[in-house]
Design a binder for this molecule. Sequence first.
Ligand code: F6P
Length: 543
Amino acid sequence: MTSTPLPERASWKALQEHHAEIGDRHLRELFAEDPARGERMHAEAAGLYLDYSKNRVTGETLRLLTDLARESGLEEWRDRMFRGERINTSEGRSVLHVALRMPKGSSLVVEGVDVVAQVHEVLDKMAAFAERVRSGEWTGHTGKPIRNVVNIGIGGSDLGPVMAYEALRHYSRRDLTFRYVSNVDSTDIAEAVRDLAADETLFIVSSKTFTTAETLANARSARDWLVGELGAEEAVARHFVAVSTNAERVAEFGIDTANMFGFWDWVGGRYSMDSAIGLSTMVAIGPENFRELLAGFHDMDEHFRTAPLGENLPVLMGLLAVWYVNFFGVQSIAVLPYEQYLKRFPAYLQQLTMESNGKRVTRDGAVVGHDTGPVYWGEPGTNGQHSFYQLIHQGTRLIPADLIGFGKALNPVRDHHDLLMANVFAQAQALAFGKTEEEVRAEGTAPEVVPHRVMPGNRPTNVLLAEELTPRLLGALVALYEHSVFTQGVVWGVDSFDQWGVELGKVLAGQIAPELTADAEPELAHDSSTNTLIRRYRALKNA
Ligand code: F6P
Protein backbone atom coordinates (compact mmCIF):
# COMPACT_ATOMS: atom_id res chain seq x y z
CA MET A 1 0.00 0.00 0.00
CA THR A 2 1.36 3.35 -0.95
CA SER A 3 1.60 6.49 1.10
CA THR A 4 3.34 8.32 -1.71
CA PRO A 5 1.68 11.74 -2.01
CA LEU A 6 -0.77 11.76 -4.89
CA PRO A 7 1.13 14.15 -7.19
CA GLU A 8 4.24 11.95 -6.89
CA ARG A 9 2.54 8.73 -7.97
CA ALA A 10 3.68 7.48 -11.38
CA SER A 11 0.10 6.90 -12.52
CA TRP A 12 -0.81 10.46 -11.53
CA LYS A 13 2.00 11.88 -13.60
CA ALA A 14 0.95 9.65 -16.50
CA LEU A 15 -2.60 10.96 -16.17
CA GLN A 16 -1.32 14.56 -16.21
CA GLU A 17 0.47 13.90 -19.48
CA HIS A 18 -2.51 12.07 -20.86
CA HIS A 19 -4.82 14.93 -19.90
CA ALA A 20 -2.56 17.38 -21.73
CA GLU A 21 -3.09 15.23 -24.83
CA ILE A 22 -6.79 14.47 -24.68
CA GLY A 23 -8.29 16.97 -22.23
CA ASP A 24 -9.52 19.26 -25.01
CA ARG A 25 -10.84 16.55 -27.28
CA HIS A 26 -14.55 16.72 -28.03
CA LEU A 27 -16.96 13.83 -27.50
CA ARG A 28 -17.99 14.37 -31.13
CA GLU A 29 -14.46 13.47 -32.21
CA LEU A 30 -14.19 10.58 -29.76
CA PHE A 31 -17.42 9.06 -31.12
CA ALA A 32 -16.39 9.75 -34.73
CA GLU A 33 -13.08 7.96 -34.24
CA ASP A 34 -14.58 5.08 -32.29
CA PRO A 35 -18.23 4.79 -33.37
CA ALA A 36 -18.81 1.62 -31.37
CA ARG A 37 -17.71 3.10 -28.04
CA GLY A 38 -21.35 3.42 -26.98
CA GLU A 39 -21.75 -0.34 -27.35
CA ARG A 40 -18.55 -1.15 -25.55
CA MET A 41 -18.12 1.37 -22.73
CA HIS A 42 -20.56 0.02 -20.23
CA ALA A 43 -20.54 -2.06 -17.10
CA GLU A 44 -23.32 -3.97 -15.44
CA ALA A 45 -23.94 -5.33 -11.96
CA ALA A 46 -26.70 -5.91 -9.41
CA GLY A 47 -29.41 -4.91 -11.89
CA LEU A 48 -27.72 -1.64 -12.88
CA TYR A 49 -26.41 -0.88 -16.36
CA LEU A 50 -23.89 1.96 -16.55
CA ASP A 51 -23.19 3.62 -19.90
CA TYR A 52 -20.03 5.67 -19.40
CA SER A 53 -19.26 6.19 -23.09
CA LYS A 54 -20.26 9.86 -22.96
CA ASN A 55 -17.33 10.69 -20.71
CA ARG A 56 -14.25 12.56 -21.89
CA VAL A 57 -12.14 9.45 -21.77
CA THR A 58 -10.53 6.90 -24.04
CA GLY A 59 -9.59 3.32 -23.29
CA GLU A 60 -6.17 4.66 -22.31
CA THR A 61 -7.71 7.06 -19.76
CA LEU A 62 -9.48 4.19 -18.08
CA ARG A 63 -6.35 2.10 -18.06
CA LEU A 64 -4.42 4.94 -16.40
CA LEU A 65 -7.21 5.63 -13.92
CA THR A 66 -7.32 1.99 -12.85
CA ASP A 67 -3.51 2.12 -12.52
CA LEU A 68 -4.01 5.06 -10.21
CA ALA A 69 -6.55 3.11 -8.15
CA ARG A 70 -4.12 0.21 -7.90
CA GLU A 71 -1.17 2.42 -7.04
CA SER A 72 -3.31 4.16 -4.39
CA GLY A 73 -3.94 0.77 -2.77
CA LEU A 74 -7.67 0.62 -3.53
CA GLU A 75 -7.82 -3.18 -3.48
CA GLU A 76 -5.93 -3.38 -0.21
CA TRP A 77 -8.04 -0.67 1.47
CA ARG A 78 -11.21 -2.33 0.19
CA ASP A 79 -10.11 -5.69 1.61
CA ARG A 80 -9.16 -4.09 4.90
CA MET A 81 -12.63 -2.54 5.10
CA PHE A 82 -14.31 -5.90 4.41
CA ARG A 83 -12.12 -7.56 7.07
CA GLY A 84 -13.24 -5.02 9.66
CA GLU A 85 -9.87 -3.37 10.19
CA ARG A 86 -9.95 0.06 11.82
CA ILE A 87 -9.62 2.06 8.62
CA ASN A 88 -11.42 5.07 10.09
CA THR A 89 -8.08 6.09 11.52
CA SER A 90 -8.93 9.46 13.05
CA GLU A 91 -11.68 7.84 15.15
CA GLY A 92 -9.94 4.47 15.54
CA ARG A 93 -12.99 2.59 14.22
CA SER A 94 -13.80 -0.19 11.81
CA VAL A 95 -16.00 0.66 8.85
CA LEU A 96 -18.38 -2.21 8.50
CA HIS A 97 -21.62 -1.10 6.89
CA VAL A 98 -21.01 -4.01 4.49
CA ALA A 99 -21.63 -6.37 7.44
CA LEU A 100 -25.13 -4.92 7.86
CA ARG A 101 -26.20 -6.65 4.68
CA MET A 102 -24.34 -9.93 4.85
CA PRO A 103 -26.78 -12.83 4.58
CA LYS A 104 -28.03 -14.72 7.60
CA GLY A 105 -25.82 -17.69 8.29
CA SER A 106 -22.65 -16.05 6.99
CA SER A 107 -20.10 -14.87 9.47
CA LEU A 108 -17.56 -12.10 9.91
CA VAL A 109 -15.48 -12.29 13.05
CA VAL A 110 -13.94 -8.97 13.97
CA GLU A 111 -11.77 -8.74 17.06
CA GLY A 112 -13.34 -11.96 18.37
CA VAL A 113 -16.98 -11.03 17.71
CA ASP A 114 -19.21 -12.40 14.94
CA VAL A 115 -20.70 -9.12 13.81
CA VAL A 116 -23.06 -10.75 11.29
CA ALA A 117 -24.72 -12.74 14.07
CA GLN A 118 -25.18 -9.47 16.01
CA VAL A 119 -26.65 -7.80 12.93
CA HIS A 120 -29.24 -10.53 12.40
CA GLU A 121 -30.22 -10.55 16.05
CA VAL A 122 -31.17 -6.88 15.73
CA LEU A 123 -32.82 -7.41 12.34
CA ASP A 124 -34.99 -10.15 13.82
CA LYS A 125 -35.95 -7.91 16.73
CA MET A 126 -36.78 -5.10 14.29
CA ALA A 127 -38.85 -7.47 12.14
CA ALA A 128 -40.84 -8.71 15.15
CA PHE A 129 -41.53 -5.14 16.20
CA ALA A 130 -42.40 -3.97 12.68
CA GLU A 131 -44.87 -6.84 12.34
CA ARG A 132 -46.48 -5.97 15.66
CA VAL A 133 -46.98 -2.38 14.53
CA ARG A 134 -48.16 -3.32 11.05
CA SER A 135 -50.61 -5.93 12.33
CA GLY A 136 -52.09 -3.61 14.95
CA GLU A 137 -50.90 -5.84 17.78
CA TRP A 138 -48.73 -3.06 19.19
CA THR A 139 -51.21 -0.68 20.71
CA GLY A 140 -50.87 2.79 22.15
CA HIS A 141 -51.71 4.01 25.61
CA THR A 142 -55.48 3.97 25.00
CA GLY A 143 -55.42 0.55 23.32
CA LYS A 144 -55.64 1.80 19.76
CA PRO A 145 -53.31 0.47 17.04
CA ILE A 146 -50.60 2.70 15.61
CA ARG A 147 -51.56 4.63 12.47
CA ASN A 148 -48.74 7.19 12.38
CA VAL A 149 -45.00 6.75 12.64
CA VAL A 150 -42.77 9.77 13.20
CA ASN A 151 -39.01 9.30 12.88
CA ILE A 152 -37.01 11.90 14.79
CA GLY A 153 -33.35 12.13 13.76
CA ILE A 154 -30.98 14.26 11.75
CA GLY A 155 -28.17 13.73 9.22
CA GLY A 156 -27.67 10.02 8.69
CA SER A 157 -30.43 9.28 11.17
CA ASP A 158 -32.90 11.12 8.93
CA LEU A 159 -31.71 11.40 5.34
CA GLY A 160 -31.41 7.67 4.70
CA PRO A 161 -34.76 6.78 6.29
CA VAL A 162 -36.66 9.60 4.57
CA MET A 163 -35.00 8.94 1.21
CA ALA A 164 -35.77 5.21 1.45
CA TYR A 165 -39.36 5.86 2.55
CA GLU A 166 -39.95 8.18 -0.41
CA ALA A 167 -38.10 5.87 -2.82
CA LEU A 168 -40.07 2.81 -1.73
CA ARG A 169 -43.41 4.44 -1.09
CA HIS A 170 -44.88 2.25 -3.79
CA TYR A 171 -44.21 -0.75 -1.53
CA SER A 172 -45.34 0.92 1.68
CA ARG A 173 -48.45 0.45 3.79
CA ARG A 174 -50.75 3.20 2.55
CA ASP A 175 -52.97 3.08 5.63
CA LEU A 176 -50.06 4.17 7.81
CA THR A 177 -48.71 7.72 7.81
CA PHE A 178 -44.94 8.31 7.98
CA ARG A 179 -43.36 11.62 8.90
CA TYR A 180 -39.73 12.64 9.34
CA VAL A 181 -38.68 15.36 11.76
CA SER A 182 -35.09 16.56 11.67
CA ASN A 183 -34.76 20.33 11.95
CA VAL A 184 -34.53 22.01 15.34
CA ASP A 185 -36.73 24.69 13.77
CA SER A 186 -39.93 24.15 15.76
CA THR A 187 -41.98 24.32 12.57
CA ASP A 188 -40.72 20.86 11.67
CA ILE A 189 -42.15 19.09 14.71
CA ALA A 190 -45.21 21.36 14.89
CA GLU A 191 -46.22 20.63 11.29
CA ALA A 192 -45.42 16.93 11.64
CA VAL A 193 -47.82 16.35 14.53
CA ARG A 194 -50.51 19.00 14.00
CA ASP A 195 -53.06 16.68 12.37
CA LEU A 196 -52.09 13.45 14.13
CA ALA A 197 -54.00 11.66 16.88
CA ALA A 198 -51.50 11.22 19.69
CA ASP A 199 -52.97 7.89 20.82
CA GLU A 200 -52.27 6.43 17.35
CA THR A 201 -48.77 7.89 16.95
CA LEU A 202 -45.43 6.18 17.47
CA PHE A 203 -42.19 8.17 17.68
CA ILE A 204 -38.95 6.49 16.68
CA VAL A 205 -36.11 8.52 18.13
CA SER A 206 -33.13 7.71 15.92
CA SER A 207 -29.72 8.87 17.03
CA LYS A 208 -26.49 6.95 16.96
CA THR A 209 -25.03 8.95 19.83
CA PHE A 210 -28.30 10.04 21.48
CA THR A 211 -26.54 13.32 22.24
CA THR A 212 -27.41 15.29 19.08
CA ALA A 213 -28.93 18.59 20.20
CA GLU A 214 -31.55 18.84 17.43
CA THR A 215 -32.82 15.30 17.91
CA LEU A 216 -33.02 15.56 21.68
CA ALA A 217 -34.85 18.90 21.42
CA ASN A 218 -37.36 17.41 18.98
CA ALA A 219 -37.75 14.24 21.04
CA ARG A 220 -38.45 16.28 24.19
CA SER A 221 -41.01 18.41 22.36
CA ALA A 222 -42.65 15.29 20.92
CA ARG A 223 -42.87 13.85 24.43
CA ASP A 224 -44.39 17.09 25.76
CA TRP A 225 -46.94 17.01 22.95
CA LEU A 226 -47.83 13.37 23.55
CA VAL A 227 -48.11 13.71 27.32
CA GLY A 228 -50.08 16.94 26.88
CA GLU A 229 -52.51 15.29 24.45
CA LEU A 230 -52.95 12.07 26.41
CA GLY A 231 -52.64 13.56 29.89
CA ALA A 232 -50.45 10.71 31.14
CA GLU A 233 -46.70 10.52 31.59
CA GLU A 234 -46.79 6.71 31.42
CA ALA A 235 -48.06 6.94 27.80
CA VAL A 236 -44.45 7.53 26.73
CA ALA A 237 -43.62 3.82 27.08
CA ARG A 238 -46.13 2.80 24.36
CA HIS A 239 -45.41 5.69 22.01
CA PHE A 240 -41.62 6.05 22.01
CA VAL A 241 -38.97 3.64 20.85
CA ALA A 242 -35.30 4.40 20.20
CA VAL A 243 -32.63 3.46 17.71
CA SER A 244 -29.18 4.10 19.11
CA THR A 245 -25.78 2.80 20.15
CA ASN A 246 -26.11 4.56 23.52
CA ALA A 247 -28.38 2.60 25.90
CA GLU A 248 -27.47 4.79 28.88
CA ARG A 249 -28.68 7.99 27.22
CA VAL A 250 -31.79 6.27 25.88
CA ALA A 251 -32.71 5.17 29.41
CA GLU A 252 -31.94 8.65 30.75
CA PHE A 253 -34.41 10.08 28.23
CA GLY A 254 -37.09 7.77 29.62
CA ILE A 255 -37.35 5.18 26.86
CA ASP A 256 -37.38 1.57 28.04
CA THR A 257 -34.23 -0.06 26.61
CA ALA A 258 -36.35 -3.14 25.86
CA ASN A 259 -37.75 -0.92 23.10
CA MET A 260 -34.36 0.14 21.86
CA PHE A 261 -32.85 -1.17 18.64
CA GLY A 262 -29.09 -1.14 18.71
CA PHE A 263 -26.26 -0.77 16.30
CA TRP A 264 -22.52 -0.31 16.63
CA ASP A 265 -19.79 2.31 16.43
CA TRP A 266 -18.55 0.67 13.22
CA VAL A 267 -21.63 1.98 11.39
CA GLY A 268 -21.11 5.58 10.31
CA GLY A 269 -24.20 7.80 10.49
CA ARG A 270 -24.31 8.34 6.72
CA TYR A 271 -23.86 4.60 6.15
CA SER A 272 -26.62 3.57 8.55
CA MET A 273 -29.90 3.44 6.60
CA ASP A 274 -29.60 -0.35 6.42
CA SER A 275 -29.00 -0.71 10.18
CA ALA A 276 -31.68 -0.30 12.86
CA ILE A 277 -31.78 3.34 11.71
CA GLY A 278 -33.96 1.88 8.93
CA LEU A 279 -36.65 0.83 11.44
CA SER A 280 -39.19 3.30 10.02
CA THR A 281 -38.40 1.98 6.53
CA MET A 282 -39.03 -1.55 7.73
CA VAL A 283 -42.35 -0.61 9.33
CA ALA A 284 -43.33 1.11 6.07
CA ILE A 285 -42.38 -1.60 3.58
CA GLY A 286 -42.36 -4.68 5.79
CA PRO A 287 -39.52 -6.98 6.87
CA GLU A 288 -39.53 -8.98 3.61
CA ASN A 289 -38.99 -5.91 1.45
CA PHE A 290 -36.40 -4.62 3.91
CA ARG A 291 -34.47 -7.88 3.51
CA GLU A 292 -34.68 -7.40 -0.26
CA LEU A 293 -33.20 -3.91 0.19
CA LEU A 294 -30.33 -5.46 2.16
CA ALA A 295 -29.88 -8.12 -0.53
CA GLY A 296 -29.47 -5.37 -3.14
CA PHE A 297 -26.78 -3.68 -1.02
CA HIS A 298 -25.05 -7.03 -0.70
CA ASP A 299 -25.22 -7.69 -4.47
CA MET A 300 -23.31 -4.47 -5.07
CA ASP A 301 -20.89 -5.14 -2.17
CA GLU A 302 -19.98 -8.46 -3.75
CA HIS A 303 -19.52 -6.85 -7.15
CA PHE A 304 -17.30 -4.14 -5.63
CA ARG A 305 -15.30 -6.74 -3.68
CA THR A 306 -14.70 -9.14 -6.57
CA ALA A 307 -15.04 -7.51 -10.01
CA PRO A 308 -11.88 -6.41 -11.84
CA LEU A 309 -11.30 -2.68 -11.43
CA GLY A 310 -11.98 -1.90 -15.08
CA GLU A 311 -15.42 -3.54 -14.94
CA ASN A 312 -16.31 -2.46 -11.46
CA LEU A 313 -19.20 0.04 -11.41
CA PRO A 314 -18.38 1.90 -8.20
CA VAL A 315 -14.70 1.98 -9.07
CA LEU A 316 -15.39 3.37 -12.53
CA MET A 317 -17.77 6.01 -11.22
CA GLY A 318 -15.38 6.99 -8.44
CA LEU A 319 -12.43 7.24 -10.82
CA LEU A 320 -14.38 9.26 -13.37
CA ALA A 321 -15.17 11.76 -10.62
CA VAL A 322 -11.45 11.91 -9.73
CA TRP A 323 -10.61 12.48 -13.43
CA TYR A 324 -12.94 15.47 -13.64
CA VAL A 325 -12.20 16.96 -10.22
CA ASN A 326 -8.43 16.76 -10.38
CA PHE A 327 -7.70 17.14 -14.08
CA PHE A 328 -10.55 19.35 -15.36
CA GLY A 329 -11.03 21.40 -12.18
CA VAL A 330 -14.64 20.28 -11.86
CA GLN A 331 -16.25 21.55 -8.66
CA SER A 332 -19.64 19.93 -8.73
CA ILE A 333 -21.41 16.83 -9.97
CA ALA A 334 -25.14 16.66 -10.63
CA VAL A 335 -27.22 13.58 -9.86
CA LEU A 336 -30.44 13.60 -11.85
CA PRO A 337 -32.85 10.77 -11.18
CA TYR A 338 -35.61 10.42 -13.77
CA GLU A 339 -37.84 8.79 -11.18
CA GLN A 340 -40.09 10.87 -8.98
CA TYR A 341 -39.79 8.39 -6.11
CA LEU A 342 -36.06 9.21 -5.96
CA LYS A 343 -36.73 12.87 -5.22
CA ARG A 344 -34.76 12.79 -1.97
CA PHE A 345 -31.90 10.77 -3.42
CA PRO A 346 -29.71 13.80 -4.27
CA ALA A 347 -30.19 15.18 -0.74
CA TYR A 348 -29.23 11.81 0.69
CA LEU A 349 -26.15 11.69 -1.52
CA GLN A 350 -25.07 15.13 -0.35
CA GLN A 351 -24.35 13.82 3.13
CA LEU A 352 -22.89 10.56 1.84
CA THR A 353 -20.49 12.24 -0.55
CA MET A 354 -19.69 15.57 1.07
CA GLU A 355 -19.47 14.51 4.72
CA SER A 356 -17.26 11.64 3.55
CA ASN A 357 -14.85 13.35 1.19
CA GLY A 358 -15.08 17.02 2.17
CA LYS A 359 -11.61 16.76 3.72
CA ARG A 360 -8.44 18.86 3.46
CA VAL A 361 -5.87 16.62 5.10
CA THR A 362 -4.76 13.08 4.34
CA ARG A 363 -5.02 10.25 6.83
CA ASP A 364 -1.54 11.18 8.07
CA GLY A 365 -2.67 14.74 8.75
CA ALA A 366 -0.77 16.35 5.86
CA VAL A 367 -2.60 19.13 4.01
CA VAL A 368 -3.55 17.76 0.59
CA GLY A 369 -1.96 19.26 -2.49
CA HIS A 370 -4.94 18.49 -4.68
CA ASP A 371 -8.68 18.94 -4.70
CA THR A 372 -10.93 16.46 -2.88
CA GLY A 373 -14.69 15.98 -2.70
CA PRO A 374 -16.83 17.91 -5.18
CA VAL A 375 -20.25 19.37 -4.42
CA TYR A 376 -23.02 16.89 -5.26
CA TRP A 377 -26.46 18.21 -6.00
CA GLY A 378 -29.50 17.50 -8.12
CA GLU A 379 -33.23 17.23 -8.57
CA PRO A 380 -35.43 14.75 -10.36
CA GLY A 381 -35.82 15.03 -14.11
CA THR A 382 -37.61 16.37 -15.96
CA ASN A 383 -38.17 19.21 -13.45
CA GLY A 384 -34.51 20.23 -13.39
CA GLN A 385 -34.54 20.63 -17.17
CA HIS A 386 -36.82 23.63 -16.75
CA SER A 387 -34.65 25.27 -14.15
CA PHE A 388 -30.90 24.68 -13.90
CA TYR A 389 -30.01 22.53 -16.92
CA GLN A 390 -29.46 25.74 -18.92
CA LEU A 391 -26.27 26.32 -16.93
CA ILE A 392 -25.10 22.75 -17.49
CA HIS A 393 -25.68 23.07 -21.25
CA GLN A 394 -24.35 26.54 -21.96
CA GLY A 395 -22.75 27.93 -18.78
CA THR A 396 -19.02 28.38 -18.27
CA ARG A 397 -18.61 25.57 -15.74
CA LEU A 398 -18.13 21.93 -16.52
CA ILE A 399 -20.65 19.87 -14.54
CA PRO A 400 -20.60 16.12 -15.11
CA ALA A 401 -23.98 14.53 -14.45
CA ASP A 402 -25.32 11.11 -13.52
CA LEU A 403 -28.70 10.42 -15.13
CA ILE A 404 -30.71 7.57 -13.60
CA GLY A 405 -33.65 5.97 -15.39
CA PHE A 406 -35.81 2.84 -15.35
CA GLY A 407 -37.32 0.56 -17.96
CA LYS A 408 -40.67 0.34 -16.20
CA ALA A 409 -42.83 2.90 -14.48
CA LEU A 410 -44.26 1.97 -11.11
CA ASN A 411 -47.38 3.99 -11.93
CA PRO A 412 -47.84 3.63 -15.69
CA VAL A 413 -50.14 6.27 -17.12
CA ARG A 414 -50.62 6.69 -20.88
CA ASP A 415 -47.19 7.32 -22.48
CA HIS A 416 -45.66 9.33 -19.61
CA HIS A 417 -42.86 6.89 -19.01
CA ASP A 418 -41.64 6.85 -22.61
CA LEU A 419 -41.75 10.65 -22.59
CA LEU A 420 -39.76 10.72 -19.38
CA MET A 421 -37.14 8.32 -20.70
CA ALA A 422 -36.93 10.13 -24.04
CA ASN A 423 -35.70 13.06 -21.99
CA VAL A 424 -32.96 10.99 -20.34
CA PHE A 425 -31.54 9.95 -23.68
CA ALA A 426 -32.07 13.39 -25.26
CA GLN A 427 -30.34 15.23 -22.43
CA ALA A 428 -27.33 12.91 -22.45
CA GLN A 429 -27.12 13.31 -26.23
CA ALA A 430 -27.49 17.10 -26.19
CA LEU A 431 -24.97 17.46 -23.38
CA ALA A 432 -22.40 15.33 -25.20
CA PHE A 433 -22.77 16.48 -28.78
CA GLY A 434 -24.40 19.90 -28.56
CA LYS A 435 -25.07 21.85 -31.73
CA THR A 436 -22.36 23.51 -33.80
CA GLU A 437 -22.40 27.01 -35.25
CA GLU A 438 -22.75 25.51 -38.76
CA GLU A 439 -25.75 23.46 -37.69
CA VAL A 440 -27.39 26.49 -36.13
CA ARG A 441 -26.74 28.63 -39.23
CA ALA A 442 -28.01 25.88 -41.52
CA GLU A 443 -31.36 26.13 -39.73
CA GLY A 444 -31.66 29.71 -41.05
CA THR A 445 -31.10 31.29 -37.63
CA ALA A 446 -30.64 35.08 -37.71
CA PRO A 447 -26.88 35.76 -37.55
CA GLU A 448 -27.08 37.78 -34.32
CA VAL A 449 -28.86 34.90 -32.58
CA VAL A 450 -26.44 32.21 -33.77
CA PRO A 451 -23.97 32.46 -30.84
CA HIS A 452 -26.86 32.19 -28.37
CA ARG A 453 -28.12 29.00 -29.93
CA VAL A 454 -24.78 27.24 -30.25
CA MET A 455 -24.61 24.33 -27.81
CA PRO A 456 -20.97 23.56 -27.08
CA GLY A 457 -21.59 19.99 -25.94
CA ASN A 458 -18.68 17.96 -24.54
CA ARG A 459 -20.52 17.83 -21.20
CA PRO A 460 -19.96 14.36 -19.71
CA THR A 461 -22.68 12.10 -18.38
CA ASN A 462 -23.06 8.67 -16.87
CA VAL A 463 -26.39 7.02 -17.65
CA LEU A 464 -27.57 4.42 -15.18
CA LEU A 465 -30.43 2.19 -16.30
CA ALA A 466 -32.35 -0.46 -14.38
CA GLU A 467 -35.54 -2.39 -14.96
CA GLU A 468 -37.64 -1.07 -12.13
CA LEU A 469 -37.24 0.73 -8.81
CA THR A 470 -37.53 -2.15 -6.33
CA PRO A 471 -36.22 -2.40 -2.76
CA ARG A 472 -33.39 -4.59 -4.06
CA LEU A 473 -32.46 -2.11 -6.76
CA LEU A 474 -32.45 0.78 -4.29
CA GLY A 475 -30.01 -1.12 -2.09
CA ALA A 476 -27.71 -1.70 -5.05
CA LEU A 477 -27.93 1.96 -6.10
CA VAL A 478 -27.04 3.28 -2.65
CA ALA A 479 -24.15 0.80 -2.30
CA LEU A 480 -22.91 1.88 -5.73
CA TYR A 481 -22.50 5.45 -4.50
CA GLU A 482 -21.12 4.35 -1.12
CA HIS A 483 -18.30 2.44 -2.79
CA SER A 484 -17.73 5.11 -5.39
CA VAL A 485 -17.18 7.58 -2.52
CA PHE A 486 -14.82 5.03 -0.94
CA THR A 487 -12.86 4.75 -4.19
CA GLN A 488 -12.46 8.53 -4.40
CA GLY A 489 -11.42 8.75 -0.75
CA VAL A 490 -8.71 6.11 -1.21
CA VAL A 491 -7.24 7.91 -4.21
CA TRP A 492 -7.30 11.24 -2.37
CA GLY A 493 -5.81 9.56 0.71
CA VAL A 494 -8.43 10.99 3.09
CA ASP A 495 -10.40 9.41 5.93
CA SER A 496 -13.86 9.19 4.33
CA PHE A 497 -15.46 8.06 7.58
CA ASP A 498 -14.94 10.90 10.06
CA GLN A 499 -16.64 14.31 10.11
CA TRP A 500 -14.70 16.57 12.46
CA GLY A 501 -15.70 19.63 10.45
CA VAL A 502 -19.20 19.66 11.88
CA GLU A 503 -17.97 19.86 15.49
CA LEU A 504 -16.92 23.51 15.82
CA GLY A 505 -20.31 24.84 14.76
CA LYS A 506 -22.03 22.54 17.26
CA VAL A 507 -19.79 23.75 20.12
CA LEU A 508 -20.26 27.42 19.23
CA ALA A 509 -24.05 27.01 18.98
CA GLY A 510 -23.93 25.47 22.45
CA GLN A 511 -22.13 28.56 23.73
CA ILE A 512 -24.36 31.07 21.95
CA ALA A 513 -27.74 29.50 22.82
CA PRO A 514 -27.66 30.68 26.48
CA GLU A 515 -26.76 34.19 25.29
CA LEU A 516 -29.96 34.24 23.25
CA THR A 517 -32.19 32.92 26.01
CA ALA A 518 -30.72 34.96 28.93
CA ASP A 519 -33.16 37.49 30.42
CA ALA A 520 -30.46 40.04 31.21
CA GLU A 521 -28.29 41.48 28.45
CA PRO A 522 -25.34 39.04 28.31
CA GLU A 523 -21.66 39.95 28.25
CA LEU A 524 -20.61 39.10 24.70
CA ALA A 525 -17.03 38.22 23.90
CA HIS A 526 -17.28 37.14 20.24
CA ASP A 527 -16.03 39.04 17.21
CA SER A 528 -17.82 42.33 16.52
CA SER A 529 -20.01 40.87 13.79
CA THR A 530 -21.30 37.98 15.92
CA ASN A 531 -21.83 40.29 18.92
CA THR A 532 -23.83 42.76 16.80
CA LEU A 533 -25.94 40.01 15.24
CA ILE A 534 -26.75 38.54 18.66
CA ARG A 535 -27.78 41.98 19.99
CA ARG A 536 -29.93 42.60 16.90
CA TYR A 537 -31.57 39.17 17.27
CA ARG A 538 -32.35 39.80 20.94
CA ALA A 539 -33.91 43.15 20.01
CA LEU A 540 -35.98 41.53 17.23
CA LYS A 541 -37.23 38.70 19.38
CA ASN A 542 -38.22 41.05 22.16
CA ALA A 543 -39.75 43.70 19.86
O1 F6P B 1 -23.62 16.10 11.68
C1 F6P B 1 -22.77 15.15 12.19
C2 F6P B 1 -23.44 13.85 12.48
O2 F6P B 1 -22.63 13.17 13.39
C3 F6P B 1 -23.70 13.00 11.24
O3 F6P B 1 -22.58 12.35 10.79
C4 F6P B 1 -24.76 12.10 11.75
O4 F6P B 1 -25.38 11.41 10.71
C5 F6P B 1 -25.65 13.09 12.44
O5 F6P B 1 -24.73 14.00 13.05
C6 F6P B 1 -26.60 12.54 13.46
O6 F6P B 1 -25.94 11.94 14.54
P1 F6P B 1 -26.70 11.01 15.56
O7 F6P B 1 -27.26 9.86 14.81
O8 F6P B 1 -25.68 10.61 16.56
O9 F6P B 1 -27.81 11.83 16.20
